[in-house]
Design a protein around this ligand. Structure first.
Ligand code: SF4
Ligand code: SF4
Length: 293
């Protein structure tokens, strides 16, 4: 086990006041953890006129991939500066302990990822989505939802458990891209902090609270999560212009819905109620894990 005492912090104390807090909560169901996106469709430049399923879908996926590339460039620059200044990031190839977290994404991202999946992966995602649905019904609190998701719903089916690699690395959602750990990977596991002794736990809590790269509650790197904000806003605009509303939800849940023709038909009508009806018909509706807003 790495020592917590060797972790970053002392050199990088500025800027804490600007950091958003609780960003990891956006892994959870959105009614508990709703990401507020400020949207001004009048300012958008996206040339989207209809719901995806036709040429507009290509516009969406191109824009999503452009946002991913933009984020990746900015994240690399941030990471280069951070490590040059002595900061340490614990994420590495083959490290996957975070891949059992519930993840929220936009419909635009779901469509993009869906394009790259094999039929077998689509089936696995669908099965995973059903587990997510069952968990949403069984959980009584946000914490229970997240806890059960990690322990019972389990790892993302797009993870290669033998190599620890993401089989859809290029098109993985924003939340998968902006998750970086400033502390050792064992702490990313659901029982990670519980492995610490009492004094290590106190030290952990102090580091998380006071280190400016962390969000005050977890050891994930907050400035990198901030860098993804333009992507969230871009997806929000894309959906408002193309659908007339925004569609957010659980990662596997929304990707599963990309394969439902009735759902696409409902989206094409730009009618929020019909969209929800299509979700119900597919047996995949739960207001906690999909939001039409
Ligand atoms: S966030 Fe944690 S589990 Fe995920 S890659 Fe980084 S160190 Fe590994
Ligand atoms: S898409 Fe890839 S990075 Fe994201 S949770 Fe799944 S396996 Fe992990």
């Amino acid at each position: 086990m790495d020592s917590l005492l060797e972790l970053p912090g002392a050199r990088l104390r500025s800027g804490r006041a600007q950091r958003p807090r609780g960003r990891r909560e956006s892994h959870g169901p959105a009614s508990y953890t709703r990401r507020i996106l400020v949207t001004n469709p009048a300012r958008t430049n996206h040339n989207v006129r209809s719901a995806p399923g036709d040429a507009a879908r290509d516009v969406w996926t191109r824009e999503v991939r452009a946002q991913y590339a933009r984020f990746d460039r900015r994240a690399k620059a941030w990471l280069d500066d951070y490590t040059r200044a002595g900061g340490r990031v614990y994420c590495a190839s083959g490290c996957f302990r975070c891949c059992d977290m519930p993840i929220r994404l936009s419909w635009a991202e779901a469509l993009t990822l869906s394009e790259s999946l094999t039929p077998e992966q689509h089936r696995a995602v669908r099965e995973h989505a059903r587990k997510v649905w069952r968990n949403a019904h069984a959980s009584r609190t946000p914490d229970e939802y997240v806890e059960r998701h990690r322990r019972e719903v389990g790892f993302c089916p797009l993870l290669d458990r033998e190599t620890g690699s993401c089989t859809q690395y290029a098109d993985r959602p924003t939340r998968c891209r902006d998750t970086y750990s400033a502390l050792p990977a064992f702490l990313c596991a659901p029982d990670g902090p519980a492995q610490l002794s009492r004094s290590e736990r106190r030290r952990y809590e102090q580091v998380v609270r006071t280190d400016p790269v962390m969000d005050g509650e977890t050891h994930f790197i907050a400035p990198l999560e901030q860098l993804s904000e333009p992507a969230w806003v871009a997806f929000s605009k894309l959906m408002r212009k193309g659908l007339g509303f925004e569609l957010w939800g659980d990662f596997h849940y929304l990707v599963a819905m990309t394969m439902e023709p009735d759902f696409h038909a409902a989206l094409a009508l730009r009618d929020r109620k019909k969209v929800i009806a299509a979700l119900r018909k597919a047996g995949l509706y739960h207001p906690e894990i999909v939001q039409v807003e």
